[in-house]
Design a protein around this ligand. Structure first.
Ligand code: GUN
Ligand code: ZN
Length: 443
């Protein structure tokens, strides 16, 4: 048993709720076997557990570990390829790097860098776009099992339009996905996500294979797998999808026709949805991962948050590394805020509590993990980050002068970076992760 003393901020309610920020000043969190078993004042905790270790974290702010609902593992080394729209960025920046993961040694180095990036940013849970190569996906699962991260990921599926070395047949995709899912899904904190890259690079046959896996129709394969893909990101992409699927009602329908829109489905972007698509997403209970820094970097557009909320679509936040500009959910929260401000009257003015919710509990809800993570209530896992900026930094000064917890949280989202993340815990274990020191091949 360990007692953690801290100022704790979390958002255990719904997104957008008035007074959604729960503030625990000088709070004691009693943790046993990684689970929070009591949330009380210091004296009561000491009386109840006089012999147990006491860890004083009161210098700083304790938050739930961040949840990234959309991030690409093979793209960690190509973050920052600015100046191109989606399809050019994929061809010129992302896919050449993704092809290198055919070499499993290279993939292992990338997996180490990726998990290190999550840890440095305070991300404890993530829905991760995997690799096109099964052995690279194994490498990520193996290392995540060691590091302890709560990772849901899978083999990326494509059978057209991308460079040849990233394509596989639907039959091969089905076999390799099933094998990986059987090996990893439900093992510790790991889960499997069926991952068609996007409709542009997948035929109906491939999407049907994904649908068969998701429906649990493949003998021997778990029936509760997850699904993730991209949706309505870029206008050129959307126009091409419409041409390729003339019988579909729209982009979302290319997935829905194969049973891929469910409450275990998370779609990244949806910057340009049709009203009917929002209704379908809401009715299915599917979630959208909003990735504002990627949307800005690729010029994809400004996310219509109000329309999603009005339709009742579940929202979470994704960094979309490497089109996104880094692993920090603090930065992503700020970007989400800025995009809504720039939308003017069509935007939603997000509060600091909303930003924290988006970076934590919204993601836990979207990923079906809200019974375990996303806030620091009794019964939840002790997945947490301590924010403790370098002494004398402008963030440190602003936090010390903040008049309310909400002001402190707002300046944290405005200014915070991975350098301000002091410790990260996963199920009560403090984690660190060293980046691999491999260098790029000279090609
Ligand atoms: N659509 C298909 N693949 C990708 C990708 O890697 N990143 C983004 N942002 N969109 C995609
Ligand atoms: Zn993406």
């Amino acid at each position: 048993m360990t007692i953690y003393l801290a100022t704790v901020l979390d958002t255990p309610g719904d997104l957008g709720e008035d007074d959604g920020l729960r503030v625990g000043t000088d709070l004691a969190l009693v943790v046993r076997d990684g689970v929070i078993v009591a949330r009380t004042d210091i004296d009561s905790a000491r009386r109840a557990h006089p012999a147990d270790a006491l860890v004083d974290l009161r210098d700083g702010i304790l938050l739930p570990g961040f949840v990234d609902a959309h991030v690409h593992f093979p793209q960690v080394r190509v973050i920052g390829g600015l100046g191109r729209p989606l399809l050019d960025w994929l061809a010129e920046r992302a896919l050449p790097e993704e092809a290198r993961l055919a070499d499993v040694e290279y993939a292992r180095g990338v997996a180490a860098d990726f998990l290190s990036g999550l840890t440095q940013a305070g991300t404890t849970t993530a829905l991760v776009f995997g690799s096109h190569f099964p052995r690279a996906v194994d490498a990520l699962f193996e290392q995540a099992e060691q590091s302890g991260h709560r990772i849901t990921t899978g083999l990326v599926l494509s059978d057209r339009l991308l460079r040849e070395d990233l394509l596989q047949t639907p039959a091969a995709a089905l076999e390799a996905s099933g094998e990986l899912a059987r090996r990893w899904h439900g093992r510790g904190r790991l889960r499997y996500a069926i991952t068609p890259r996007f409709s542009l690079s997948t035929t109906d046959e491939m999407l049907a294979a994904a649908g068969s896996l998701l429906a649990g129709d493949e003998p021997g394969t778990p029936g509760d797998l997850w699904l993730t893909s991209h949706l309505n990101e870029n206008e050129e992409e959307i126009a091409q999808v419409r041409e390729l699927f003339p019988a579909a009602r729209g982009y979302l329908d290319t997935y829905a026709r194969h049973g891929l829109v469910t409450e275990r489905s998370v779609f990244a972007h949806n910057v340009h949805p049709e009203p009917e698509e929002l209704a379908v997403l809401a009715a299915a209970g599917a979630a959208v991962a909003h990735c504002p820094s990627s949307n800005g970097a690729l010029g994809s557009g400004m996310f219509p948050l109000q329309e999603h909320l009005d339709a009742g679509v579940r929202i979470a936040l994704g960094t979309d590394v490497g089109a996104g500009t880094g692993f920090s959910l603090l930065k992503e929260g700020l970007q989400a805020y800025l995009v809504q401000q720039l939308r003017g009257r069509d935007g939603v003015t997000l509060t600091a509590a909303d930003l924290l919710h988006l970076a934590t509990r919204s993601g836990a809800l979207a990923l079906g993990l809200a019974d375990q993570v996303g806030d620091l209530s009794v019964g939840k896992q002790f997945d947490a980050v301590r924010i403790r900026p370098p002494q004398g930094s402008t963030l440190d000064v602003a936090l010390r002068h903040a008049e309310t917890a909400s002001d402190a949280l707002a300046t944290l989202f405005a200014q915070g970076t991975p350098a301000d993340i002091h410790e990260v815990w996963l199920a009560g274990q403090e984690i660190t992760h060293e980046p691999s020191m491999t260098t790029a091949p000279a090609d």
